[in-house]
Design a protein around this ligand. Sequence first.
Ligand code: ATP
Length: 479
Amino acid sequence: MATDSWALAVDEQEAAAESLSNLHLKEEKIKPDANGAVVKTNANAEKADEEEKEDRAAQSLLNKLIRSNLVDNTNQVEVLQRDPNSPLYSVKSFEELRLKPQLLQGVYAMGFNRPSKIQENALPLMLAEPPQNLIAQSQSGTGKTAAFVLAMLSQVEPANRHPQCLCLSPTYELALQTGKVIEQMGKFYPELKLAYAVRGNKLERGQKISEHIVIGTPGTVLDWCSKLKFIDPKKIKVFVLDEADVMIATQGHQDQSIRIQRMLPRNCQMLLFSATFEDSVWKFAQKVVPDPNIIKLKREEETLDTIKQYYVLCNSRDEKFQALCNIYGAITIAQAMIFCHTRKTASWLAAELSKEGHQVALLSGEMVVEQRAAVIERFREGKEKVLVTTNVCARGIDVEQVSVVINFDLPVDKDGNPDNETYLHRIGRTGRFGKWGLAVNMVDSKHSMNILNRIQEHFNKKIERLDTDDLDEIEKIAN
Ligand SMILES: Nc1ncnc2c1ncn2[C@@H]1O[C@H](COP(=O)(O)OP(=O)(O)OP(=O)(O)O)[C@@H](O)[C@H]1O
């Protein structure tokens, strides 16, 4: 396909995505009810019983919006150097990096006292002379964005008024979030300018952009580099591919990213970041980052050791609800998270619990990400005591103070098999929050008993039966 018609196809694709997201916005009608519970009044109610679809970009954005500090990790960083004979540098302070004073000031103004684990190794590699290529993987919240933003800011020469750093993000919203970090860290570097290559940011044809850093989504960046020629890709010194795992989950982005990368000069520094490292990400990473250094930080392992796990046998949704009420009647629960399989069950349950006088928050996929972030924030602050959510919607969200988790429906994957990873993440604890926890699983059919059995086998941990008609027995589980 010729570049122009290809770029046109990209345009159409992004336009379609945009109109879809507008449509999505129009359908949002979420308001708190008289009890403060967030209740869905979605025009598209027939969709409510559909299983939620996983949206990795939305999850990633949500995580960014609700995160207030670094995620702790006690694992060792693994570093694989391209040249194994060169000494392995790691820094324990930002001073050691010999940053421009205005950047050091920016770092400290953000409240960073010392580099995070991943930054200790990634920063010296990225700032080395000559610049080194890097593939880095560590879970969300470990300081990757701050690291590559600092690398980009360090390489810019403000007197050269053309784009020198190019950063690709999977979505418009994620690009804006990274842009905010650039602006914050570059606060004391006013001559440094940033442009957003995102749909809707229209420039006049024939124009060349003078900003030093361009951050955007692959389709628009490709347009700006090829069809519209706003950017001269040959002058790019640093190329960052952020959230590679989310990127390749979006159709078309992988090819667009590769096409952009092919336009860059050979000596351009290539940096790729990802929170996960499945095979597909690794293959993609190798295509876009030649001769890489590799840094990996394993996710902190979660365990079920400090969790008391129970199951309750029920015959229907109403019985599950009754069992839940009995548990609430017998023990004091400061805060609980309740997981349901569909939006319909989640909103029904939230309404029923509010009728019983509970302060309930509802989190489900039809809310825009900002609304979801606000719901989580309120729950974290203790404004609501129960958070009802769909299985998919709350993936990856930690609310540290919650000690009781109820699986109103057991987690299953799209083929109906037990989703052990989700089970563990919902209920398990890392070393940091190794406090006592209680998990109750509602089982209402042979099928869900089978799922529960497979979960028990997978973790080799017995899940005890709980008779919720026996209040004494329930009381005992809290001791
Ligand atoms: N050295 C540091 N000291 C203290 N806080 C830091 C440091 N580096 C980053 N942070 C803060 O920690 C949080 C997570 O950092 P950052 O967003 O860079 O992580 P990330 O790994 O890029 O996450 P994601 O994969 O979600 O983008 C942010 O609030 C950031 O401001």
